[in-house]
Each structure stands twice: as C-alpha cells, then as structure tokens.
Design a protein around this ligand. Sequence first.
Ligand SMILES: CC(C)=CCC/C(C)=C/CC/C(C)=C/CC/C(C)=C/COC[C@@H](COP(=O)(O)O)OC/C=C(\C)CC/C=C(\C)CC/C=C(\C)CCC=C(C)C
Ligand SMILES: Nc1ccn([C@@H]2O[C@H](COP(=O)(O)OP(=O)(O)OP(=O)(O)O)[C@@H](O)[C@H]2O)c(=O)n1
Ligand SMILES: [Mg+2]
Length: 181
Amino acid sequence: MGVFETVAIALWAMLPAYVPNNAAVLAGGGRPIDGGRTWNGRRILGDGKTWRGTAMGILAGALLGVALNAVEASASDLLGVALPTFPAAVLLALPAGAMLGDIAASFLKRRTGRQRGAAFPGVDQLDFVVFALLLAFLAAPDWFGEVFTLSVLVVVVVVTPLLHLVTNAIAYALGLKDEPW
Ligand SMILES: CC(C)=CCC/C(C)=C/CC/C(C)=C/CC/C(C)=C/COC[C@@H](COP(=O)(O)O)OC/C=C(\C)CC/C=C(\C)CC/C=C(\C)CCC=C(C)C
Ligand SMILES: Nc1ccn([C@@H]2O[C@H](COP(=O)(O)OP(=O)(O)OP(=O)(O)O)[C@@H](O)[C@H]2O)c(=O)n1
Ligand SMILES: [Mg+2]
C-alpha cells in the first residue's frame, strides 16, 4: 500500500472517532457525569465531562460515519483509494470509544492531582484513539483487521497527535476552548 493510500484510509477510518471530541466541546456542558462526587478528596471526573457533551459527541461521530458510508463510493473514486465503509457496530464503537477514552483520561488526571483543564501531554492526544480502536476491535474484529493494518495504525498514532494539537490551537484561537491543548 502506498503512503497516500495509507494516510487516506487512516484519516477516513478515524473520522468518526475524531469528531466526538469536537462536538463535545461545542455542545457540551450541563450536568457532570460524576454528579459532583469525589473520591479521596478529588473529583471522580470533574465538571469537564458532562452527559450532554458525551451524548452529543457519540451522536455526531455516529452520524458522520453514516454520512461517510453514503459517500464512500464517490470518495473512493475521487481519491483512487478503496476506502472502507463502517459496519453498524463500528458506527457506535468508534465514537463511544473516543468519548470513553477522554473520560478515562479525566479519571487519570484527577487521580494524579491535575485540575480540570490541566494538560497531560501524550494522554490528551491519544486517549480517545486507544479506546476507539479497542472498542472497534471488540465490535468487529475481522473488519478491524482488514482496515487497521500495521501501516494504517502507525499513521494513526503519528498523525493524530499533530492533528489534535493543530485543531485545539485553532479552537482556542477562535475562543471555542479555554486551553490551547
Ligand atoms: C461535526 C462537528 C460538531 C464539528 C466539526 C468541526 C470540525 C471542523 C472538525 C474537524 C475534524 C477533524 C479532522 C479534527 C482533527 C482530528 C482530531 C485529532 C481532533 C480532536 O479534537 C480535539 C477537540 C477537543 O479535544 P480534547 O477533548 O482532547 O481537549 O478539539 C476542539 C475542536 C473544536 C472545538 C471544534 C472546532 C474545530 C476547529 C475550529 C478546528 C478545525 C481544524 C481543522 C479541521 C484542522 C485540521 C488540520 C490540518 C492540519 C488538516
Ligand atoms: N464528555 C465531555 C467532554 C467535553 N465536554 C466539554 O468540552 C470541554 C473541553 O473538553 P476537555 O478538554 O476534554 O475537558 P477539560 O475541561 O479540559 O477537563 P479535563 O481536565 O477533565 O480533561 C469541557 O470543559 C466540557 O465543556 C463535555 O461537556 N463532555
Ligand atoms: Mg482539556
């Protein structure tokens, strides 16, 4: 597989896991998932993880996946690359995994004494990727093996942190996020 094809498949296959975090920032807020509860004197997750943000994130990712399925043939023709379609279970697994990864990272941040909004380099950039891939693998192992070959996985792990940094910097500059990370 050539470099262009590998990058195109990696980005396409990860889009339903990329957009949930954007949607949670744009549409989040309201009741926190942990209901304000603490554990050992620290919040379990914190006010940055809300029911609305999580639900809107999963919905946005799943709807994007449905839209990508609808345009897959034309996009594949246009790019000259055989892009994958997403099975129903994966349409849910990718965005739900992305949101779960973000929540797991907040849990870890609070346990390590980091306040809401504090940076956790490395974890911030890849939390959603690890859980999205894990849930997609559990949901459809055969599909996962065909789409996420070793070279595609390498591209995902290298390119996602860069996209995350750029996206967050732009979102911060536009006043959509409180921190640039
Ligand atoms: C459908 C909805 C609700 C929004 C779509 C908005 C949009 C333009 C999405 C782009 C999707 C995409 C390809 C994102 C990049 C991949 C990525 C790793 C995203 C992770 O997002 C991080 C998120 C919050 O992260 P956190 O929870 O970990 O803190 O980012 C905040 C983003 C927003 C508030 C949404 C608005 C986004 C922008 C203004 C930036 C759009 C920028 C790009 C598409 C730049 C892409 C960069 C290159 C170099 C191609
Ligand atoms: N499941 C989620 C994820 C995010 N958000 C919204 O998106 C903002 C930015 O998300 P993020 O950077 O993930 O949260 P932080 O506030 O930085 O909190 P943490 O330190 O726990 O990551 C949050 O403040 C919150 O308004 C949300 O409502 N629900
Ligand atoms: Mg943050």
